[in-house]
Design a protein around this ligand. Sequence first.
Ligand SMILES: C[S@@+](CC[C@H](N)C(=O)[O-])C[C@H]1O[C@@H](n2cnc3c(N)ncnc32)[C@H](O)[C@@H]1O
Length: 454
Amino acid sequence: MEKRYERVIIEGVDAELRGYFTKEDRQVLVAGTATGDEVDVAITSVSQHHPLAYAEVVNVHQRGENFQQPSCRHAAPIRGRCGGCPAMHLAPSTRDQIQLRAANEALEPLGVNVTWHSAPQQREYRNRSNFVAHRRSQEVILGSYAPRSQHVAAMRDCLVVRPAIMDLHRRTEDILTALKAPVDGEEEALRWVSMRESDGDVVVELVVRDADAQWIVQAADDLFALENVVGVGVSVNDRETNAIRVARTNIIRGKGTLQERYGQIDLQIPPGAFAQLNVDVASRIYNRAAQWTSAGPSDAPVVWDLYCGIGALGLNAVAGHGSAETARIWGVESAEEAVVAARQNAALSEVSAEFDIADLVDPDVVQALQPPEALSTPDVILVNPPRRGLSQPVRDRLCDDWTAQTLIYMSCDPKTFLRDATALQKAGWTLEEVEAHDMLPITAHVELLARFTR
Ligand SMILES: C[S@@+](CC[C@H](N)C(=O)[O-])C[C@H]1O[C@@H](n2cnc3c(N)ncnc32)[C@H](O)[C@@H]1O
C-alpha cells in the first residue's frame, strides 16, 4: 500500500474505539476520529500479517456529528500525547452504542444477547494510578507512555484519576525535582510512582532500580510529610520489562493497607494486591453476582471463588446471606498477600471462609486441589481470572468434574471469555445471560459478567 496523504471520510469506529476507512481491502485505523469525519490522513504503517493499516490525521476538513472536542488538554492524538483515554473525542452515548455493538459481535458465536451497563461517572473514577518517571529539562515529570511510543506524556490535572491522587501527583513531581531524583536510564533511578487512594488516604509506592539508593530516604520523608499520605512503600524493579511491579512492596513509612468499600463489604487492600480501579462499577457487578447467588435454592450456599484476590467478588456474592452460620466460601488465589487479606476480609465480614494459595496455571496443582470437605459441593462457582482467561487445567476441570447449579464468570477480556465460554457450553453449561459493564470509561475496556447454569 502506498504511503501518501489522502482525503478520506471515516466509515465507522471499531471495538478499540478507533475510526477507520477501507482501502484496497484493508481496514485503515485512524486514532482520534469519529464516523463521518472528513480528514486528510497519512498512512503510517501497514500490517504484514492482517488486512490492516494505520494512519494519522494531518488535516481536518470537517468533523462528523459523533465527534466532540476532548476535554483533557493531554488527550492523544488531538490535544496532547497521553493515550490513557483514547475515546475522549466520542460522546458517552456514542461510546456506549459502539461498545455494546462490539460486545455483541464478539460474543455472537455464543448465541447470547449482551446487555450494556454504562458507568455512573465518567471522570475521577480511578482509585489507583501508575506514573512513569521521566526528566524533562530540569524537572521530573510523572506521566504515561504515549501510544505505541517511549515518549512520556504529561499527566498533570488528569480528569479520570481521583482528585486526591492528582493533587499529590503535582506535589510529588515538585519533591522529586527538588531532590534531583535520578530517573530514566540513570543509576539508582526511580522508574514508576504508584498511588492508591481510599477516602482521602493515599499510599505512595516508589518503584526503583535499587532499594538502597540514598535519595529514597529523603523522598520518603518528604512524601510522608504531605497531607493525605498515610504510607510510602518501595519495590525494586531492575528488569527490562513492561511490568511495573515485579517484587513485593516494602512499606518504609506509615502503613500500606487501605480500606475501601466495594459493594456490601469493607475490604482491606494491601499494597500490590489486585483491586478494581472503578469502585462504583465494580460494586454494581459484585451486587449483581450477589443477586444471582441469592436466587439459587440454597439458604446457605457454598461458594467457590477461583482467582479470588482479596475476596471482593466472593464475599460480596454471599453478602446477602450474611453470617458465618450460613454462606461459606472456598477461595483460591496465587498471590500470598492477597490471600492473607482475603482471610482478614472474611473475618471482618463474619463470613466463614477458607482460602488456599495455589497456582491455577499448574496442571498438577489444579489436579491436586482439594476444597475443605464441608465445602466440596458448591452451589455457585465464581471465576474471575486475569486477561488471559481460565487456565487450561481450570477450564478442563470445569468442563469435566467441577460442577454447581450456577457458574458466574467475571471477565476483563471478551476474547478469552469467548474461548472459555465456548468450551463450557460444549461441556454442558448453559449460558443464561451476559452483562457488559463500562469499567474504565473513555477506554475500550469492557468488563463482562456472565451466568451459566448446569
Ligand atoms: C481479575 S483479578 C480478580 C480478583 C478478585 N476476584 C476481585 O474481584 O478483586 C484476578 C486474580 O487472579 C490472580 N491470579 C493471577 N494468576 C493466577 C494464577 N496463576 N493462579 C491463581 N491466581 C492467579 C491475581 O493475583 C488476581 O488476584
